[in-house]
Design a protein around this ligand. Structure first.
Ligand code: ZN
Length: 296
């Protein structure tokens, strides 16, 4: 069994060289969707216009930009007003929700704000039909283990209530808390959720996709990780989406990620399923329109 697992892993690691760069350039003829990124990051400030043009030329049709805190949430709305391709989601990143516990010099550099007031503001945007999803939100057990989880859950549940009230999807962070997040979503009977960069057990994901119709978005780094490749081969085809988490998680380390890199996820999915790139991108587009209805 161990031998078989090893063989599989090395197969997945070989994937990129088998697929790129030729396929990477072919994919741009088809509609591409990034359901999770952070284009309000300061690293985009100077060239966002240029980047948006490049994304358009590359075939990006929709880019769901997620807020994390008051500053980025407002930034998301500004970007969405300016660029038709950008779809706004506002939320509170799990660690921003407990910012008062995090030292000021911590690398996460949390913003200081009133969580309750921000939840009220997000609800206002939802009620006015300004946002298309609530996110990023969820739970994080990676940085502080079980510490402050009760507080994280409280914030998450308040955001879940907004999503349910206004019939919006949730874009969920679940790092090292996958099962807890699923239990909470199930408790609230949430049917519209996108798990971003899910790294939990494949079996749990399949169960969530089949029983609740939850979606799972595959990042650009997917071809390098057997876990994502397993998800891409075994999740119901209707529940798979693509994302980049830009500027984070670039396919190649050391560079700024951007939404064009969803091509890596699309090409890998096509390869693993034995589909054409046209069929794969069309499938992702249909899945996207089901969870975030596209009015344009
Ligand atoms: Zn993110």
């Amino acid at each position: 069994m161990i031998g078989e697992a090893k063989e599989k892993d090395s197969f997945f690691l070989e994937l990129p060289s088998k697929l790129f760069p030729e396929d990477f350039h072919m994919v741009k003829d088809h509609p591409l969707v990034d359901v999770h990124c952070h284009l309000t990051d300061p690293s985009y400030t100077n060239d966002i216009d240029h980047l948006m043009k490049q994304c358009e030329l590359f075939g990006l049709k929709r880019v769901v930009t997620n807020g994390l805190c008051p500053t980025s949430n407002r930034g998301v709305l500004t970007l969405a007003r300016k660029y038709p391709m950008i779809v706004p989601a506002t939320g509170i990143y799990p660690l921003q929700g407990i910012h008062h516990h995090i030292p000021i010099n911590h690398p996460l550099k949390p913003e200081s704000f009133s969580v309750s007031e921000e939840i009220g503001w997000i609800e206002e945007q939802a009620s006015q039909g300004v946002i298309c999803a609530v996110g990023e939100c969820g739970l994080d057990g990676y940085h502080f283990g079980d510490n402050y989880l009760t507080e994280q859950i409280e914030v998450f549940e308040r955001l879940i209530n907004i999503a349910l009230t206004y019939d919006l999807p949730l874009i969920v962070h679940s790092r090292k808390c996958e099962k807890k997040v699923m239990t909470i979503l199930a408790k609230h009977r949430v049917l519209k959720a996108i798990f971003h960069c899910y790294m939990g057990k494949t079996k749990l994901a399949i169960q969530g996709a089949e029983e609740y119709g939850w979606y799972f978005s595959m990042p650009a780094i997917a071809p390098k990780h057997s876990g994502f490749c397993r998800l891409m081969t075994s999740l119901p085809v209707d529940q798979i989406l693509t994302e980049t988490d830009s500027p984070y998680l670039p396919y190649q380390g050391g560079i700024r990620n951007d939404p064009r890199q969803v091509a890596y996820s699309v090409v890998t999915l096509a390869y693993l399923r034995g589909w054409s790139l046209a069929k794969t991108s069309e499938k992702i587009w249909q899945n996207y329109c089901r969870i975030i209805p596209d009015n344009s």
